[in-house]
Design a protein around this ligand. Structure first.
Ligand code: AVJ
Ligand code: FE
Length: 432
């Protein structure tokens, strides 16, 4: 066995373990009733996420990579995300919490055995290792979804974390990104998913982009200016949704005699004006942008601001360079249960001086979710391809609830423009 293969096995085992520790935290801090309950029609019961994580791991690593016998073929249908809508899953004959925990542990034991014995060497090295990386990211993505379920849950608070770092200085204003080509997407990032591939050149006109995401304080000014009651700022579909859903403020804001408060993971507290606004839908972000006389960045603009290095002309893996995210770079991985104030991560800034592109809040872009030129579905059509089209908007950069293994400068997330139970915010751009 080569040294490289040995390191790869160790990395995969560590990352699988980190993901499972997080899943365990999210599923053992609540009782069995809370695990099986539907906390919102938008979310699965936590116990569904738990067994679904195990079922995907069984499908891809135990059966496909390992060529082993199925553990529980009989439950595949229950945990196929395309067979049952999230709102209906509570009615299914799901594994109960004890069975679900046992199932995911059994699958994991087999996977670690597959990892020990799988022929990772040779021509299929990249593909086989990718299957493990995909499953690590899949579990972490569901962990972020479960964190959003925790945010929707009512009752005694169960999660806590230290506050994020305080800012070194205020970050305001915008930078000019000069016109020209840059490399978007990747063909080399080992754990990049199909929709991030391949690397391709994109030519953009010059534009300005804000150095920080829009803050609560700035968003409050929009609310106070009557932004929610003025159809001029909203798209037609956005205004219809604002009316139908009765939107008046970001999700989880609560009105008090003195003003707005926010509920986070079961605790109500003051709104910090210097934190990026979170839990807004695309329609709210676009309305704010129109009111502010600006617009959302396109996905390509976001990525150029995040990755393009004017000194070399190349695109970096992250805004700060090619090293994996550390706690000094970005607010990721549920280490803090809130976005950090703007300016809190000076070491995470891009060469052009754009801050907090990775972590804190997912950033809505103006772009629909489309394949890059040369896209090939991998390893299955259902990961991305079936979602391409005008129904979904792209979000970039990850949130405080995104793990570092599941975000990069090229990472693409997507959701419906009405969704805001995710940790979504935005920053503004304008033409130069
Ligand atoms: C990339 C976050 C949109 O949660 O629907 C999880 C990730 N895909 N299981 C989602 C995913 C399959 C996906 N998002
Ligand atoms: Fe999934």
């Amino acid at each position: 066995m080569t040294h490289e293969t040995e390191r790869l096995r160790e990395l995969v085992a560590t990352e699988l373990g980190r993901a499972r520790d997080r899943t365990t935290l999210l599923t053992e801090t609540v009782d069995d009733g809370d695990l099986s309950r539907q906390h919102s029609p938008l979310m699965s019961p936590l116990v569904w996420d738990l067994a679904h994580v195990g079922n995907q791991e069984e499908l891809w690593l135990v059966r496909d990579v390992g060529g082993r016998e199925p553990v529980r073929r009989d439950i595949d249908e229950l945990y196929d995300a395309f067979k049952h809508a999230r709102r209906d899953r509570v009615q299914l004959p799901l594994l109960d919490p004890r069975e679900a925990r046992r199932y995911v542990a059994t699958v994991r034991d087999k996977v670690l055995d597959v990892l020990d014995h799988a022929p990772l060497e040779g021509t299929r090295l990249v593909e086989r290792a990718f299957a493990f990386g995909m499953i690590v990211q899949h579990e972490q993505q569901h962990d972020e979804t479960m964190l959003a379920t925790h945010q929707l849950r009512t009752g005694t608070p169960v999660l806590s974390a230290p506050p994020p770092p305080a800012p070194a200085g205020r970050v305001t204003g915008e930078v000019l990104v000069p016109a020209g080509a840059f490399t978007m997407g990747t063909s080399t990032e080992p754990w990049a998913l199909d929709n991030e591939r391949p690397a391709h050149q994109v030519v953009l006109p010059a534009f300005h982009i804000d150095r920080a995401p829009v803050t609560n304080g700035e968003y409050l000014a929009f609310i106070d200016a009557g932004g929610y009651d003025d159809p001029r700022w909203w798209t037609t579909a956005g205004w219809d949704h604002r009316q139908a859903a009765g939107l008046v403020a970001p999700q989880h804001w609560v009105r008090d005699d003195a003003g707005w408060l926010v509920r986070r993971f079961g605790r109500v507290g003051p709104i910090n004006p210097d934190e990026p606004v979170v839990h807004v839908c695309w329609f709210e972000a676009a309305a704010y942008a129109a009111w502010a006389g600006k617009r959302l960045p396109t996905e390509a603009e976001w990525e150029k601001a995040a990755r393009w290095d004017p000194a070399t002309g190349r695109s970096r893996r992250y805004p700060w360079g090619d090293e994996s995210p550390g706690p000094e770079h970005a607010n990721l991985g549920q280490s803090h249960l809130r976005p950090a104030e703007t300016g809190a991560y000076p070491l995470g800034a891009s060469p052009l001086g754009v801050h907090q592109l990775i972590g804190d809040v997912w950033e809505w872009t103006s772009s629909d979710f489309h394949p890059y030129p040369g896209f090939a579905p991998f390893p299955y059509r259902e990961y991305s391809e079936v979602f391409f089209g005008p129904d979904y908007k792209v979000l970039r950069g990850g949130s405080f609830g995104t793990d570092r293994s599941a975000v990069r400068g090229t990472f693409r997330n997507w959701d419906y423009p009405i969704r805001r139970q995710i940790f979504s915010g935005f920053r503004l751009a304008r033409d130069a």
